[in-house]
Write a protein that binds this ligand. Sequence first.
Ligand code: NZQ
Ligand code: ZN
Length: 383
Amino acid sequence: MYNFEFYNPVKIIFGKGEIAKVGSQIPQGEKVLMTYGGGSIFKNGVYDQVKAAIAGFDVIEFGGIEPNPHYETLMKAVELVKKENITYLLAVGGGSVIDGTKFIAAAVYFDGNDPWDICAKKAPVTKAMPIGAVLTLPATGSEMNGNSVVTRAEYQEKLSFGSPLVMPQFSVLDPEVIFSLPEKQVANGIVDAFVHVIEQYLTFPVNSPIQDRFAESIMKTLVEEGPKVLANRADYDAAANFMWSATMALNGLIGVGVPQDWATHMIGHELTAYHGIDHGRTLAIVLPGVMQVRRQEKKDKILQLGAQVFGITDGSDDKRIDETIQATVDFFESVGIPTRLPDYNVPAETIAKIADRFEKRGYTVGETKIGPAEIKLILENRL
Ligand code: NZQ
Ligand code: ZN
C-alpha cells in the first residue's frame, strides 16, 4: 500500500426528515445564498423543507444552475454574492448544483483575472466561502468531497478542480429525495457511482485488501440495490442503501493508498463537452473500451472484479476477462443505459477531435499514463 494522508471533515446528516436540521448547522447571523438547479426542488417539496429549516436567516436565492454547470451562469452568482455581501452558500441539488456552488465559493475570493484559471490552469484556491449542501441526487459524491467540474460553454470545455477548502461543512442526505427522480437520473447515478469505485479499484494490485473489500462491497450493493430503486422509487431502504453507496464511492476513503485511474472520466468529460451526453452515460460508453484496451495492464484486478462482484471464476484468464467486461456492459444496459457511441449519434470524427485535444493539452490519463493513441483505440472500441 502507498503512503497516504486522509482528511474528510464533511459532517453527514443522513435519513428521512433530516432536512429540518439544516438551519441548526449554519452559524447564526450568516447571510445565505441558496443555490439550486432548474426547479425540481419546487415540485418535490425539498424547497419548502429547506426554506422552513432556514426561516431564521437572511436568505437570497440563485436558481437555474444547469446540469454540467456553466461557468457563465456561475459567474452571475459570484456577482450576486459580492453585491449582496453573502457569507454562506447553501447548495440544494445534485452534483451540478453542488459542484457549481464550490466554484462560486472559490471564484468569489479568486485573486487574478479570470476564475476560469482555477479549472483551466489549476490556479490555487487559497480561500473559499463556507458551503452547506442538501443532496437531491445520489451519483457524484460531491456532497462529501472537494471536487468540482465546470463547463465553459463558449469553449465547449468541461474541466475540473479540487480543493479541501470547498468541501461542504455539512451535507444532508435524505433518501426520500430519490422518490421524485426520473428513471434516467437514477440509472445515471447508479453507473456514475459504480464507475467511481472502478476508477479507484481497477488498476493493479498493491496489497490493499481493506480498500479492495470496501470497493467490492460498494459495487455489490449498487448491483443489488440499484435495480430495486429503479423498480420501486418508494422503496426507502433501497433508496437509503443506494444513496450511501454513492457517497462512499467518492468521499476519498476507498482511494487512499492505492493507484487511481480516472481515464474513463477524463475521456467521458469530452463526450459531454462535445455532445452534451449525461455524465453517467459517457462513463458507460467509455469504461468497456478502457477495460478492453488495457486488459493486460489491468488483468489481475479485472479477474478480481469478475470473481468478487460478478461471480465469474471458471475458465482461462482471457475467458474470464471477456466475461467480466461483458458483465459490466450487461449491468449498465440492464439499468437502461446504452454503451456504444452510435447509440448517442456520436460520429467517428469526434474520436479524432478528442484524441487531438489530449495531444494539444499534453494530458496523459490513467494509472499507466495513456495518451492520445490509446484514447483513440478506446473510443474506436465503442463504435
Ligand atoms: O436542475 P433540477 O431541476 O434540480 O433537475 C436536475 C437535473 O435536471 C434533476 N434532479 C436532481 N435531483 C432531483 C432531480 N429531479 C427530480 N427529483 C430530484 N430529487 O436531475 C438532473 C441532473 O442533475 P445533475 O446535478 O446534473 O446530476 P448529477 O448529480 O449526476 O451531477 C452531474 C455533474 O456532476 C459532475 C458531472 O461531471 C456533472 O457535471 N461530477 C462531479 C463529481 C464530483 N464533484 O466529485 C464527480 C463526478 O464524476 C462528476 O464528474
Ligand atoms: Zn463521475
